[in-house]
Design a binder for this molecule. Structure first.
Ligand SMILES: [Zn+2]
Length: 114
């Protein structure tokens, strides 16, 4: 059986980082109503970022749940298997994308049907 403890540590670090980022995003949205006291350039940047914050938050949340599922799969010794076809996911793919739950073939199929 392969030892995924290094990847698990990576995933835990990623999870903590993302949870922090999500908190920041949430507090930024909450403070969006505050009167603008910054110069024009900063206001523009802020308005632009407000528009992407929601999308960003959604993407981060999706990633976070993937990371949490990956950690759970390591703990259950199910990590590294494709959730669609059950074949092992290439080690290089796991190292590049530690929270991937599909092999490259199934992932490509899934992105095509979307
Ligand atoms: Zn697969």
């Amino acid at each position: 059986m392969e030892d995924y403890q290094t990847i698990r540590a990576q995933l835990v670090a990623l999870r903590d980082e993302l949870e922090q980022r999500l908190q920041q995003i949430t507090s930024t949205i909450r403070h969006a109503d505050e009167p603008p006291e910054k110069d024009f350039a900063e206001q523009v940047t802020e308005r632009e970022s407000d528009e992407v914050l929601d999308a960003l938050g959604g993407a981060a949340r999706e990633k976070l749940s993937k990371i949490k599922r990956a950690i759970k799969r390591i703990d259950e010794s199910k990590y590294g298997e494709c959730i669609v076809c059950g074949k092992p996911i290439a080690r290089e793919r796991l190292e590049a994308l530690p929270y991937s739950d599909m092999c490259i073939i199934c992932a490509e199929k899934a992105s095509q049907t979307r």
